[in-house]
Design a protein around this ligand. Structure first.
Ligand code: 13P
Ligand code: SF4
Length: 305
């Protein structure tokens, strides 16, 4: 089957079966083309609660499908590729956070949405990369324990200096692998390019950037900017999508290693298998887990607007 034929079959079946396809911006171009909605984690979380369809296929990683399920427990939620997890989300568990809490008495525990549902049950509020600064500012408490990404935490702390923000040592292995040397090399090769990076990058890299933001933030910035060249400091799919959308501009990956194998795990054939009902994993969570874990997602939406 050719790509166009697979896509047409996906579009036909999703209409027939009342299925909504959500795809994170890191997904491949041919998957974004069949999705009903694409975007960063924050946009997708907010959408999850509003889509009318009975079934949602999440093309992304496990914590994203769990978020959809928590916000729409009555829906059938399918993770497009069952082994697509986020290594950062697996770094800290509920027991670890319960264990450190006595050292942070009186602190509000802020969890990046890249965490498991289980861990969210012992946190106070979630954030995403695009909403973290706004939400941390809006929290009444001045003492914040920010988990698990200390790079995103450092970015937030720099924007909200009035608060006492403490971290644990976690982070995204894909973004954290980018070094200052990568940024220096890329800038030397492309002196006229603007450097746009995700806040999951190390502070030494982020400090060199012209813009720091979420996947959608980077895309919007690049589209609106008058500059003609950009070095993209996030998963390389973003440079590729931008090149499709803005053929008159040039996009260079900050590092050829900026590839998330989990985000790249879903193929168009997986999506076809999901709409046929033959593939993917249905997310199953107990009512108790949903009730406890979604409190901090609801709080995120309340404070993030
Ligand atoms: P966004 O919140 O920017 O979509 O990022 C999600 C993610 O996993 C980045 O690595
Ligand atoms: Fe997780 Fe990093 Fe992949 Fe994002 S890029 S899904 S944070 S491992």
């Amino acid at each position: 089957m050719k790509i166009k034929e697979i896509q047409d079959e996906i579009l036909r079946l999703k209409k027939e079966k009342d299925i909504c396809i959500l795809a994170h911006s890191y997904q491949a171009h041919e998957i974004l083309e069949v999705a009903d909605f694409t975007g960063d984690s924050y946009a997708l979380s907010k959408l999850a609660a509003t889509v009318p369809n009975k079934t949602v296929i999440m093309c992304g990683v496990r914590f994203m499908a769990e978020t959809v399920k928590m916000l729409s427990p009555e829906k059938k939620v399918i993770l497009s590729c069952p082994w697509a997890g986020c290594p950062m989300a697996e770094q800290m568990d509920k027991e670890l956070i319960e264990g450190v809490k006595p050292q942070f008495e009186g602190y509000t525990v802020v969890a990046y949405i890249n965490t498991t549902a289980e861990l969210k049950t012992v946190c106070d509020v979630c954030v995403t990369s695009s909403s973290a600064v706004k939400i941390v500012k809006a929290i009444e408490n001045n003492n914040i324990l920010f988990i698990p990404d200390c790079n995103l935490g450092a970015f937030v702390a720099a924007q909200v200096p009035e608060k006492n923000i403490r971290f644990l040592q976690g982070g995204c292995p894909v973004h954290a692998a980018v070094t200052k040397a990568h940024a220096e090399n890329a800038k030397a090769l492309h002196p006229d390019a603007e450097l746009l990076v995700h806040p999951e990058c190390r502070p030494a890299v982020a400090q060199m950037a012209d813009y720091i933001g979420s996947t959608s933030g980077i895309m919007e910035y690049a589209k609106k900017s008058d500059s003609k060249e950009f070095i993209i400091g996030t998963e390389n799919s973003i440079a590729e999508h931008l090149q499709y959308e803005c053929p008159d501009k040039k996009f260079y990956p900050l590092s050829k290693e900026l590839i998330c194998p989990n985000m790249k795990a879903t193929t168009l054939m997986d999506v076809l298998g999901c709409v046929r009902g033959e593939h993917g994993e249905e997310i199953v969570m107990s009512d108790e887990l949903i009730a406890k874990a979604r409190k901090c997602i609801d709080k995120m939406i309340e404070l993030g607007g």
